[in-house]
Design a binder for this molecule. Structure first.
Ligand code: MEZ
Length: 533
């Protein structure tokens, strides 16, 4: 590991080449070069990090090994632990998860005039939505269109996304921005009121709308206020541990567990929306994560056990620029907006080794290659990293740009004595997003009747790689969509009479028969390093 003095020495190499590097127009990689790079350096291609499922609807498919252990894990309850005859809560639409998708769904359900209720294992807003920084995409400028947005997103996802989902994502995007704007999100605007938009990796038009570099926090703040102002019930510190079905196999509620007392509660509902977010806290392949504390794949487990199918659960997003140094913020997100504003990725020799706005999977793989095969990384106490030349932003756009456009980044590094206006920072890929999830159709239905999914827990919208800003968009578009469809379905559904948890025993038996039963308690609820009694 280099000492701080040595890092300062190496940073001088970056400063010396800044003017030359700022003028560079690095070429884009060809499709063949990208394929070759991904196959050798992207973590999704490391076959020994995946396990083939032996049980459930995705039997025969490979998923990350940590996820397989949970999907084939042991329920936290057995049917006899719960009295299903006397529900503690009765609602029309039960929403599991208090992030952007859950809150958007709840607002639409309330708007539709049905009874909605949110349950969340932490608090409303403790979610990856809150952590998103750089922005939200929408094709609402004269030189852009939803069709161009479609091509960018579909191509960026390696043509694997479900076209009907991408169509919904892009065509509903301009309306989503207007909806958020009306609710009170403080988007960055020019003095005439037009929204400021920038590029992200893989975008052919500037369509990233942002609230500085805390776009997700600003959006979540607004949604949370709206949920509270409408008086929608939010049951916090209460996790869903099993979906309840009715005698016809339709979703009819969930078993809840108070996170503090471990008391079990029953919520009966006509329809259920899973909006539990992602899985970064499973730390696949030992990567650090940019995700919030509760991102433990719970929704995938809840859905899978009652027969909802997974799509592309083997594809993860490693955000190219997680913090590589200092170790107190190792893996924390360094927004892609830093590169949108002109900062380039530079190796130990001060050389730019790639175009800074390739898609995320390609950029992450390229950084990994630079640090491994090319041996051009900078050693830190936690491994190798690459320079992100942040002072280049002010070299290009002038003094004051960083404080104005990415103040959260400036503050985050400033706490550790690093002034990103003057010094480059060290970055390395961090586990950021699950590209796949519960397979949904364009009404957010999962295939298990009356069970819906929205937000990061859903798969198929982004194919095998997501573009920046399409996640904040997805939680709004598909969160609202799930709220609308689940409410319409609830209106034509009677209160479920017979509630069952028979699926637990059925799934256990399947696990036993195929020899895959494990003692891992799932859903996980909190990361393994959570506070223990
Ligand atoms: O969409 C994202 O993941 C996002 C906006 C992240 C970022 O780099 O800021």
């Amino acid at each position: 590991m280099y000492k701080i003095d040595k890092l300062n020495e190496l940073a001088k190499v970056v400063a010396a080449k800044r003017a030359e590097n700022a003028a560079l127009e690095p070429r884009r990689m060809t499709a063949e070069e990208k394929d070759e790079l991904l196959a050798h350096f992207h973590p999704d291609y490391k076959q020994d990090e995946f396990t083939v499922l032996s049980a459930g609807v995705n039997k025969g498919d490979k998923v990350p090994t940590q996820l397989a252990a949970l999907l084939q894990g042991k329920s936290r309850i057995s049917a006899s632990d719960v009295d299903l005859s006397a529900p503690d809560y009765d609602t029309d639409v039960l929403i599991i998860g208090g992030g952007g998708a859950g809150a958007s769904a709840a607002i639409e359900a309330d708007e539709a005039g049905v009874k909605a209720m949110i349950v969340t294992k932490l608090r409303i807003g403790d979610a990856n939505t809150m952590m998103a920084e750089g922005g939200i995409q929408a094709a609402d400028k004269p030189n852009d269109s939803p069709a161009i947005h479609f091509l960018d997103a579909f191509g960026g996802g390696h043509f694997a996304a479900k076209p009907e989902l991408v169509k919904k994502l892009v065509t509903k995007a301009p309306e989503a921005i207007q909806w958020l704007n009306k609710l009170g999100v403080e988007f960055d605007k020019e003095s005439d009121g037009t929204m400021v938009t920038t590029h992200g990796g893989g975008t052919s038009r500037k369509r990233m709308h942002a609230a500085k570099d805390y776009s997700g926090a600003e959006i979540m703040r607004t949604l949370r206020d709206e949920v509270i102002n409408r008086g929608i019930p939010v049951i916090d510190f209460t996790a869903a541990v099993e979906i309840i079905l009715d005698e016809n196999g339709k979703a009819a509620g969930a078993v809840l567990m108070n996170m503090e007392t471990k008391e079990l509660l029953v919520a009966r509902a006509k329809t259920v929306i899973i909006a539990t977010g992602g899985a970064g806290r499973l730390h696949y392949q030992g990567f650090p994560t940019s995700n919030h504390y509760g991102a433990t794949a719970d929704g995938l487990i809840l859905g899978y056990r009652v027969g909802a199918k997974l799509l592309y659960a083997d594809t993860l997003q490693y955000h190219p620029t997680g913090t590589g140094y200092p170790e107190q913020i190792f893996g924390a997100l360094v927004t892609e907006k830093v590169r949108s504003l002109g900062a380039k990725l530079v190796n130990i020799d001060g050389d730019v080794f790639m175009h800074p706005l390739e898609t995320r999977d390609v950029t992450a793989a390229s950084i990994i290659r630079e640090c491994t095969a090319h041996d051009k990384g900078i050693e830190t106490n936690l491994g190798k990293a690459i320079w992100l030349d942040t002072p280049m932003i002010e070299y290009i756009h002038g003094e004051g740009t960083i404080e104005k456009r990415i103040p959260a980044m400036m503050r985050m590094f400033g706490k550790y004595g690093i002034d990103i206006r003057k010094e480059p920072i060290l970055v390395y890929p961090t586990l950021h997003y699950q590209n796949g999830g519960l397979d949904i159709s364009d009404d957010c239905a999962t295939g298990v009747e009356n069970l819906y999914a929205a937000g990061e827990v859903a798969g198929g919208i982004h194919g095998r790689n997501r573009l920046m800003g399409n996640s904040l968009l997805d939680v709004i578009v598909f969160g609202r969509n799930a709220g609308i469809y689940a409410s319409a379905k609830a209106k034509e559904t009677a209160v479920p009479e017979k509630l069952t948890l028979e699926h637990i025993e059925k799934f256990n038996n399947e696990l036993k028969v195929c020899g895959a039963a494990s003692e891992v308690a799932s859903p996980m609820l909190l990361p393994h390093y959570a506070r223990k009694k």
